[in-house]
Each structure stands twice: as C-alpha cells, then as structure tokens.
Design a protein around this ligand. Structure first.
Ligand SMILES: [Zn+2]
Ligand SMILES: [Zn+2]
Length: 383
C-alpha cells in the first residue's frame, strides 16, 4: 500500500510547494537528530525527510498523486533500501536552512593550470623592430611517468571514505543563534572526492612536476612599456595534468639615450650653436629604424622650435604605420668668449641694434621667439 506522504507532513493532498516546504521545515526543527536524540524522533525524522524528498520532486509527486509510491519503484521492488539513501541530503539541508547549503560536489582531480607572468626588459630598438628571445621559466609540466594520472603503475584512485566521495564535509552545530551548518572541503581528499592509495613516485599524485623550460618568445614590432604578450597554453600545467594556463610576457622598455617615446611618436633634442641657429645648418640623427637621417635647421631657427619628420617614429603595434619623430631645437649660447669673439659680437650688435625688452604676457610676436604654437606653425610652414 502506498504511503501517505502528505499525511506524514501533516498536510492533505494538493498542498502547495511552499506549504510542503514550510511543513517539513517546521517538523525538521523539532525532530532533527541534533536537536532531538530520542529514537522515535529519529525514525520520524527519516520518514518526514523521505516524504519531503518525494513531494519536492515533481516527478515523484506526480506518482503519489496518481495513487502510487515512487519509493517502492525506486527500490526496484526488491524491498531492500527503498529509501534512496541520504543522497538527497542536499535537498534536506536546503529546506532546513533555506538554501545556500546545497552541496557543491567534488571539485575533480583534473583542473586547469594557472597563468604565469614574466617580465622582459627591452631596448627601444627591440620594441621598434620586434624581437625573438629565448627565456627560461620555472613552471609545472606534465609528469611523464604517470602522464598526469597521479597513480603508480596500474593502480586507480578510490572514492574517499571520509567524505563519501562528496569532496566536502557538512556539519550541523548548535549555537546561540540556533543551528548553523558549515561545509568545508574534505581534509583527506582536498575536495576531490577520491584518494590515490598508491601515488606515482615522481609527482606524488599531483600529475605534474616542477621543471625549467626554455621558451622562445616572439615580441611583435611596436610593443610598448607595460604591454603584455600572451603565449597561449605556455603557462603551468594544472593539477592532474589539467590544461596549461597561459604565459604572459610583460614588456618593460629601457630608457633610451637619445629618444623619449610618446605612444608611436619619438622626441629628441638637438643642441644647435647660436650662430648655426641664425645661419642654418644640418644635423645628422641616428634614427631608430632608418639609420642616419639629416635634419635641416633653417636659418633663424628659434630656441624650442620643433622639426617633425613624418613616418620616422615607432611602428603602430597593429597597423605597422609609423609615428613621427619630433626634433626639439635647443639653441646654445656660448658661455665663454675670447677677446676677438667679444669684438665681433659687439660689431654685430651695433649693426642690428637689438636690445633686451620685457615682453607682454600674451605677446605672439614671433620675431622674438613667440609662443610654442607660433614656433610649431613656423616649423610646418617652413618659415
Ligand atoms: Zn574526502
Ligand atoms: Zn606522476
């Protein structure tokens, strides 16, 4: 005869899901073995737990509503067990504590490896052209003795006795606030749910070993300080021989003697003697990729003026389009003059009749150097 599962919870057929949950929770609080050690109460607790397990499962509840007993058929008619064990314990705890306590289950032995980070110092030239470098990394590699299985010879892992293969241990404790359920990873199997009784001699069951690996790292042209180059699956092999993580190579650009980088543009400073700035000259610069290039310093070049050489900067990382090279002109005034120099400069002064003057704060008078904006404009217009 089919059991009256509704009656066990003090309900009549057709009770709603929330009524079932509420009724079970109320009874479980009175009858839980941690609260009520009485044997009759424990038997009753098992009964109401089975009733709840049945009625909270739509499929089993349908059988009950049709006048059948799902637990009879679950036992296969053999009469043994019947009760689908306390495998449904997660559900019981969920009803008891209002969710959140459901079992997370074992974590599995094979897990992905972690990513690794490597720092690499590069010259500006190497950043500009790209470079391939050999590096040695300390990493975890697959154990070649067990091929990641972690077992010795033909032995196999077995289910963990301590946690029953669930990977975690749940305990209910009484506290001032009532009952508190805690769940922690099983200390014996480490949450895996199984243990290796006869581990591999080389990796002690981890499936991987520490090793040094030589890796060839290709750095693309145009990288900059702080950029990371990703090498897929070149990181650490995971526990149990799990898939390797990625290796990231972080670029650190060494300061350059001549050039200062600003994105894809480069800046340099050219010192021009006062007379050369006045008369005009050419200066040779050893450019990053293009080798020696001539920069023309026009007659009458002012201090702080900038000459831009288009397409002589860094290549853009993706497009390869070159940035610009900006040459900042620094006019050098001689600090030591001999008698003859002084005579020549006095004669020059008499011819030009120039005198020092206080300039108005907003003056754009370019004949006296002008603002940065004017100097840039002169550069572009070739004045
Ligand atoms: Zn365990
Ligand atoms: Zn091994």
């Amino acid at each position: 005869m089919a059991r009256d599962y509704y009656g066990l919870l003090g309900l009549s057929s057709g009770a709603s899901d929330s009524e079932i949950k509420r009724a079970y929770r109320k009874l479980a609080r009175e009858l839980h073995p941690d609260v009520n050690p009485d044997e009759a109460a424990q038997a009753r607790f098992k009964e109401i737990s089975v009733a709840y397990e049945v009625l909270s499962d739509p499929e089993k509840r349908r059988i009950v509503d049709l006048g059948g007993d799902p637990m009879e058929s679950a036992a296969g008619g053999a009469g043994a067990g019947g009760f689908s064990g306390f495998g449904g314990l997660g559900d019981v705890f969920e009803a008891f504590f209002g969710g959140g306590a459901a079992s997370r289950g074992p974590t599995g032995r094979v897990r992905p490896g972690s990513d690794s980070l490597l720092r690499m110092r590069l010259d500006l030239e190497e950043c500009a052209t790209g470079v391939t470098k050999q590096v040695t990394v300390d990493t975890a590699v697959l154990c070649d003795l067990c091929q990641g299985k972690g077992t010795h010879g033909n032995s196999t892992p077995v289910s963990c006795d301590t946690c029953g293969g669930r990977g975690e241990i749940q305990t209910v404790q009484r506290s001032l606030l009532g009952q508190v359920m805690t769940s922690r990873p099983c200390p014996v199997c480490g949450g895996v749910g199984e243990v290796i009784p006869d581990p591999c001699n080389r990796c002690a069951g981890d499936g991987r070993v520490r090793a040094r690996r030589d890796i060839s790292v290709k750095i693309p042209a145009g990288v900059g300080d702080g950029m990371r180059v990703r090498l897929a699956a070149q990181g650490e092999v995971g526990p149990g021989g799990g898939p390797a993580g990625d290796l990231y190579v972080e670029v650190h650009e060494k300061p350059h003697d001549v050039f200062v980088r600003d994105g894809d543009d480069l800046h340099c400073t050219i010192s021009v003697p006062m007379v050369d700035a006045a008369l005009g000259t050419t200066v040779t610069v050893e450019a990053i990729i293009d080798g020696p290039i001539e920069i023309t310093v026009g007659a009458g070049t002012q201090p702080g003026s900038v000459t831009t050489l288009r397409g002589h900067g860094m290549p853009h990382l993706r497009s390869g389009v070159r940035g610009n090279l900006h040459a900042h002109i620094d006019v050098v005034v001689p600090s030591r003059l001999d008698h003859e120099d002084v005579e020549l400069l006095r004669a020059f002064k008499e011819r030009t009749n120039g005198t020092a003057e206080v300039r108005t704060a907003h003056s754009n008078n370019s004949s006296h150097g002008g603002g940065l904006f004017n100097r840039l404009r002169e550069t572009f217009t070739g004045r």
